[in-house]
Design a protein around this ligand. Structure first.
Ligand code: C2E
Ligand code: CA
Ligand code: CA
Ligand code: CA
Length: 278
């Protein structure tokens, strides 16, 4: 038994080491990307069936390493959250978004707001609201054109600092979304009290809804709850015509997914919107 225990401990420390090495490697890649300007922002159009056009989009960070090529934010953002680089990354993304809005006039082509992801690490910074509002001012962007996405973890451990940030940003006219809804373990009644404009139904819920009656019922009832709270819903990860049809029939206000459009570089996005929204 002792031998087995020792073996398990050894295996665990090897795993830990791999984990640390992985973190270190990604950490280096992220820091270099920030220094060398290797980050970019892609935009994914979001369709609104009742308007028959694309009325918003999500800004998504991209990192292209000279040697390794594109690295998924799903891989490097968790590391960036642990080492603090996330603050710089998200500042860069918001700056890119505001610059894009002011230089392209995209809001004249039906894009009402751009959804920008916030990490929990951003939310606990005492100067978050000032930084965000400062960037909007720098580019002369109206706060109604920015929607900030937060996740369910946010609701769980809301602190005074987060509360203060939220208050300042709301007062300035910025709206908020609950991202990845349905993946966490939220206290629904507390979440209902948060001043959110949108709920983004996670792609795992959307994509499994066609698999079984049970999954379908889960999605149906989540939509009912969100609607009864008077909030708008975005369905994420819509990949097929069948999923689009089902989700629209159930009354989702906005749909996002490869079926409509992939995240794309700024230039392609502008062209896409001009083509599809006129
Ligand atoms: P997320 O916020 O849930 O973003 C949506 C993700 O779904 C994006 O992945 C997008 O490319 C992907 N997606 C869109 N449509 C479809 C579809 O039809 N099918 C599938 N399978 N996927 C679809 P991406 O760009 O790889 O980003 C992954 C995650 O990284 C994001 O998930 C978000 O949590 C984080 N992230 C990305 N950009 C930022 C950022 O600027 N700041 C922060 N803090 N996090 C970011
Ligand atoms: Ca998001
Ligand atoms: Ca999401
Ligand atoms: Ca997310």
């Amino acid at each position: 038994a002792l031998l087995r225990h020792n073996r398990d401990v050894l295996r665990l420390s090897e795993l830990n080491l791999k984990y640390v090495e992985h973190d270190k490697k990604i950490d280096g890649i992220v820091k270099r990307a920030l220094e060398d300007g290797l980050l970019d922002v892609y935009y994914q159009p979001i369709f609104s069936p009742s308007d028959g056009k694309f009325t918003s989009c999500e800004a998504l960070v991209r990192l292209k390493d000279p040697k390794l090529g594109f690295i998924s934010p799903a891989v490097f953002m968790p590391v960036a959250e642990r080492n603090g680089s996330v603050l710089e990354i998200d500042r860069y993304v918001l700056e890119n978004v505001c610059e894009m809005i002011s230089s392209t006039g995209i809001t004249d082509y039906g894009i009402e707001y751009v959804e920008v992801n916030l990490s929990i690490v951003d939310c606990i910074q005492t100067n978050l609201a000032e930084n965000i509002l400062g960037t909007l001012k720098k580019y002369n962007v109206d706060s109604k054109h920015i929607n900030l996405e937060i996740t369910e973890t946010w609701e769980k451990d809301i602190t005074d600092v987060m509360d203060m940030n939220l208050g300042k940003l709301l007062k300035a006219g910025i709206t908020f979304s609950m991202d990845d809804f349905g993946t966490g373990y939220s206290n629904l009644s507390r979440m209902a009290l948060l001043p959110l404009k949108l709920f983004k139904l996670d792609k795992s819920i959307v994509q499994s809804a066609l698999d079984s009656e049970t999954s379908y019922m889960v999605m149906l009832n989540m939509i009912k709850i969100i609607k009864s709270l008077g909030k708008e819903i975005v369905a994420e990860g819509v990949e097929t015509a069948e999923q689009a049809k089902q989700i629209i029939r159930l009354g989702c206000d906005h749909v996002q997914g490869f079926f409509y459009a992939r995240p794309m570089p700024r230039e392609s996005f502008i062209q896409f919107i001009k083509e599809h929204n006129s």
